[in-house]
Design a protein around this ligand. Sequence first.
Ligand SMILES: NC(=O)c1ccc[n+]([C@@H]2O[C@H](COP(=O)([O-])OP(=O)(O)OC[C@H]3O[C@@H](n4cnc5c(N)ncnc54)[C@H](OP(=O)(O)O)[C@@H]3O)[C@@H](O)[C@H]2O)c1
Length: 350
Amino acid sequence: MDAVISFVKENPTCAFFYALGGFTFLKFAIKTLVVFSETFVLPGTNLKNFGAGKGSWAGRDRCTFLCIARLTRWIVVTGASDGIGREYAIQLAKKGFNVLTVARNETALKSVTDEIASGTQGKAQSKTVVLDVSKSDHPGWEQLQQVLSEIRVSVLVNNVGKSHAHPVYFAEAESSELSDIIAINVNATVRITRMVLPGMVKQQNGLVLNIGSFSGVVPSPMLATYSGAKAFIDTFSTALAEEVQKDGILVQCINPYFVVSKMSKIRKPSVMIPTPDAFVRASLNKVGLSGGARFVGRPAASAPYWSHSLLEYFIGVLGWKQATVVYSHKLHRSIRKRVDKKLAREAKAQ
Ligand SMILES: NC(=O)c1ccc[n+]([C@@H]2O[C@H](COP(=O)([O-])OP(=O)(O)OC[C@H]3O[C@@H](n4cnc5c(N)ncnc54)[C@H](OP(=O)(O)O)[C@@H]3O)[C@@H](O)[C@H]2O)c1
């Protein structure tokens, strides 16, 4: 101790920088520990807190053959006919919720309903609403409002989303594509949340998962409108989360990097690119946790899949956001070149 005191007295500037370095390292070590714990160790909030299993699901063993009790809690999943949304519907049904699915393709929604019935031995009920959320006057909106008035919604998954068909410079993009992206990602999320949230406030309980994207975390050149729309989802979720926390409602923005799906046009999973099944399993195991998004100043943001979590954390910690914007521009430019070549080849072949 004496040696330390005399070192500080003799070299005050040096001691100051040692202390600063030590403090910075300690801060980094603590943050890293928290992020790794959330990513690999800590379980998320139990879905029973949001009514999973309420009704016959929980008491089936005790039910006689006369028992007609049914699950009473519902989840609503938009964009539920495919990809990530389909998985949320199926996995949440297995956890003990009834399911209301929303999308355009009736046949695909029917196949989700069938899978829910077989995956839950008929215990979970399903309803579907065929709705094109890009059209503000689609008749499905009225039907959705009607169905919502008949059920008790505990979980809302605002999953429906649309990106640009290909990376494109904003000045060259089709106006209809831009307005669809805003209508589907932004307007539909706001409109459906407004339809569902008052019921959750009334019951003083609920979970809202808004599906964002890394494009909303790191601005993505040549996907500017999608990127901006997903940044809206992130900010909207954070503000809303703070508003309704007092009502027992948890709001999170779930930010995937890439996931195998029709939208991503990626068919093979890898370390960085999970299947929808793996992604949604991680998301439902980490409800209420942020993972790598823990220290980004957006408390409602979450990167639940382990490799996405670490990527988001290290981009933030290393201050690589600007570099990532430049990298993303280069990547999208090269994808665009490949798309243009393919389109030219196809045009020539015709
Ligand atoms: N996959 C990724 O790499 C990735 C990365 C980051 C973020 N995300 C986000 O994750 C969410 C799900 O994406 P995904 O990859 O699972 O997409 P996906 O496989 O293409 O599925 C999209 C779903 O949305 C529905 N949908 C599309 N347009 C609609 C409309 N106008 N009205 C109603 N439903 C509509 C589709 O069904 P119908 O055709 O039947 O309508 C489908 O069920 C999106 O919000 C996306 O932005 C995905």
